[in-house]
Ligand binder design. Structure first.
Ligand code: SAH
Length: 249
């Protein structure tokens, strides 16, 4: 084991290596220890190194934060502490992501791009955030999971990782289903139905039980377009007017 991180998964074999810097190591792997991601972690398809930022504090009180220069409320995570944690644990060949509401909004295209990298290092902020100098020094990609404020970056990191890990080859049985789901072609997915065929006086759309694959495909495409137009005019505009499938340009 390198550095002072706790490692889960079989690092030498893992095709995808994740390092997370946090003040709350107990929050990991959390939900990622279950289901597909959990099985893949146990199988060594991906590995997780959890680094406790507090280990890199320099004084006897293990302080990791200080008051912001310029005044104002709250505390800011110190650049020197984060830098020491990064220098000892980060693989500089892999992307480095700082979770922050000030970052670019995470998209499915980002998840696909990151899933192809071989791994990443994620910094979870707390308090008012992190001294910008260490973010700049390490060339972080600043990513947000939405326009709201969480109390820390840990849940955001778990969301980011969940979106990436399911795309790593070998995690899902069928990669085909990934091509169909919402956002993969710039549209939301069509409605889904299963047994029973009639439930609570509601029958499933007849075409889905017709056995005509071409007609099912066509129905699903049209449903996708209708649902996207009604629910997400922003996506619809990009798809229909700009001819864009939602990937970052
Ligand atoms: N003062 C900051 C918010 C700090 S919230 C501001 O106004 O922009 C504390 C930490 O939670 C952040 O450093 C970040 O790591 C995390 N966080 C909060 N909301 C987030 C979001 N929407 N996306 C990603 N990370 C978030």
């Amino acid at each position: 084991m390198r550095g002072r991180g706790r490692e889960t998964g079989i690092e030498c074999m893992a095709s995808f290596r994740v390092c997370v810097l946090t003040l709350f190591p107990g929050m990991f792997p959390g939900p990622l220890g279950y289901s597909l991601a959990g099985k893949a972690l146990a199988a060594g398809i991906w590995s997780l190194k959890i680094v406790d930022i507090r280990h890199y504090a320099r004084n006897k009180y293990r302080t990791v934060d200080n008051a912001p220069f310029g005044g104002g409320s709250g505390m800011v995570m110190r650049a020197d502490v984060i830098d020491a944690a990064l220098c000892e644990n980060r693989d500089s060949r892999l992307p480095f992501v700082y979770m922050t509401p000030r970052g670019q909004a995470l998209t499915q295209a980002d998840a696909w791009a990151l899933a192809r990298t071989g791994g990443l290092c994620i910094l979870c902020g707390r308090f008012e955030g992190v001294d910008q100098r260490v973010i700049d020094k390490h060339g972080a990609n600043e990513l947000s999971i939405g326009d709201y404020i969480l109390s820390g970056g840990e849940l955001a990191a778990l969301v980011l990782l969940d979106s990436i890990i399911r795309l790593i080859p070998g995690v899902m049985k069928s990669m085909e289903s990934l091509q169909e789901e919402s956002f993969s072609r710039g549209l939301l997915e069509y409605h889904q139905y299963t047994r029973p065929r009639v439930w609570s006086d509601r029958a499933v759309p007849g075409v889905l039980v017709s056995g005509h694959h071409k007609r099912v495909e066509e129905w699903r495409r049209i449903q996708s377009e209708i649902v996207t137009r009604e629910r997400r005019p922003d996506l619809w505009h990009r798809y229909a007017v700009c001819g864009c499938d939602g990937k970052r340009t």
